[in-house]
Write a protein that binds this ligand. Structure first.
Ligand code: SF4
Length: 445
């Protein structure tokens, strides 16, 4: 094969988006062309997600569809990401057209793995470890946005919630060194990025192997020291996600109060309001503990937007237990929630429990939660009318070519009438109208 044109399709979370950016950086540096569509590519890569069984099936369907379209044209097919890490070489049996299996920690070696197939190996796989601080550079051209950058600070998870596959697909927690993170943020700042998202399955479990880079920063935990250190780079806006309740130290709120460039948004997934279900999920906290954290967040001098994830229909969840989740939502008055209907993930402890909540009950609980949240969210959004928000302008609104769109520091989508020259700037927008999922406003400066 003479040309080396690659197409990568990404499924799932921000960690996968960051891995794709890294893979593309590596591939381009090795002489590959990256295409926006699969038709004329020689190599098709699928960076996969396995958080839900459906997501995994979707990948196999997508591979089938793409190959059907390609007809008789020979292509190299690679599966990357969580499905690759979990299923390993068995993917070659399930999808015999696949030539490459590249685990979550092997992304940086992608050019070499492809090289093995180009050199004649029929099937190549790499499920080895990542060298955390090496080869993590992402070229600005490959970032998903020229203004907002994802910066992974920790990979993997040690929590082993019973329903979750991540500790198996991403491995145990491994924190990047503070020096590597700070030098990446400094570079992004110098390159004109306005916002960084410090990302990881549980960012507040951040525990680097040494203190280098954090010596001059105070804080009750390595994560709150890192927040102060990243704030010290002077980059305009810093967001972080996801936080794990059990590791959420109040000092995170103190850091947010102190440092203006730490954004006023916390994503703290609760999953359920029932102590019994939280125990069966092995989340390591109960509803009272979580409510105490909520009080700390709500009492902050600087108001902070607060979002969560909820699973409905976990095995054994009774009507009363679901009611407790509704009560918790009422108590927390989240700015947004992401609701998931429980679905079994093969290989997790919860898969041994009977998935006994009927699908119509899961759907009804989903609806009840969603409509309660819409009412809460609608009220919160209405209360923002007349207020002025700092918005990072990210581009044209999907709904109208006359409008621009961006996110506020509190991570709300804000649309307003304005020109394309504003893209990349932080502007002040006065909110004039509120929908459940977005705000509309007028440009102030
Ligand atoms: S904390 Fe729980 S839900 Fe989150 S990644 Fe770890 S195991 Fe999964």
């Amino acid at each position: 094969m003479s040309s080396k044109r690659v197409y990568i399709e990404t499924f799932g979370c921000q960690m996968n988006v960051a891995d794709t950016e890294r893979a593309v950086t590596r591939l381009r540096a090795s002489g590959y062309d990256i295409l926006d569509s699969p038709e004329s590519a020689d190599i098709l890569l699928f960076n996969t997600c396995s958080v839900r069984a459906r997501a995994e099936q979707k990948v196999y369907n997508r591979i089938g569809e793409t190959l059907k379209k390609a007809g008789k044209v020979e292509k190299i097919i690679g599966v990357m990401g969580c499905v690759a890490q979990l299923e390993g070489d068995s993917i070659f049996e399930r999808a015999p057209k696949v030539n490459l299996v590249v685990g979550t920690r092997a992304v940086d070696r992608l050019p070499e793995i492809i090289g093995r197939v180009l050199d004649g190996e029929k099937r190549a796989s790499d499920l080895g470890e990542r060298r955390l601080d090496e080869g993590l550079d992402i070229s600005p051209a490959e970032r998903h946005s020229p203004y907002v950058a994802f910066v992974p600070i920790i990979e993997g998870c040690n929590k082993f919630c019973t329903y979750c596959i991540v500790p198996y697909s991403r491995g145990r927690e491994r924190s990047r060194s503070a020096t590597a993170i700070l030098s990446e943020v400094n570079r992004l700042h110098a390159d004109g990025y306005r916002e960084v998202h410090l990302i990881g399955q549980n960012v507040n479990s951040y525990r680097p192997s040494n203190d280098v880079g954090l010596e001059n920063f105070t804080g009750a935990t390595p994560f709150s020291r890192l927040l102060r250190a990243v704030a010290g780079t002077g980059i305009a806006r810093i967001k972080f996600t996801t936080s794990f309740p059990r590791d959420f130290h109040p000092d995170i709120m103190t850091a947010i109060e102190e440092q203006q460039n730490l954004c006023d948004w916390i994503h703290l997934p609760v999953q359920s309001g029932s102590d019994h279900i939280l125990r069966r999920m092995r989340r390591g906290y109960n509803a009272d503990y979580y409510k105490r954290l909520v009080d700390v967040i709500k009492q902050a001098k600087r108001p902070v937007a607060f979002t969560s994830d909820i699973i409905v229909g976990f095995p054994g969840e009774t009507d009363e237990e679901f009611e407790q989740t509704l009560k918790l939502i009422e108590h927390c008055r989240y700015d947004a929630i992401y609701i998931f209907k429980y679905s079994e993930r093969r290989g997790t402890p919860a898969a041994k429990l009977t998935d006994d909540v009927p699908s119509d009950v899961k759907a009804a609980r989903f609806q009840a939660l969603s409509s309660m949240q819409k009412t809460i969210q609608g009220r919160i959004h209405k209360s923002l009318i007349g207020k002025t928000l700092d918005v990072l302008v990210e581009g044209e609104s999907a709904k109208s070519a006359l409008d621009m769109t961006g996110h506020s520091t509190c991570h709300r989508v804000v649309n307003f009438s304005g020109g394309h020259s504003l893209a990349g700037r932080v502007v002040q927008v006065r909110v004039t109208d509120a929908k459940v999922n977005s705000l509309y406003g007028e440009l102030m400066n």
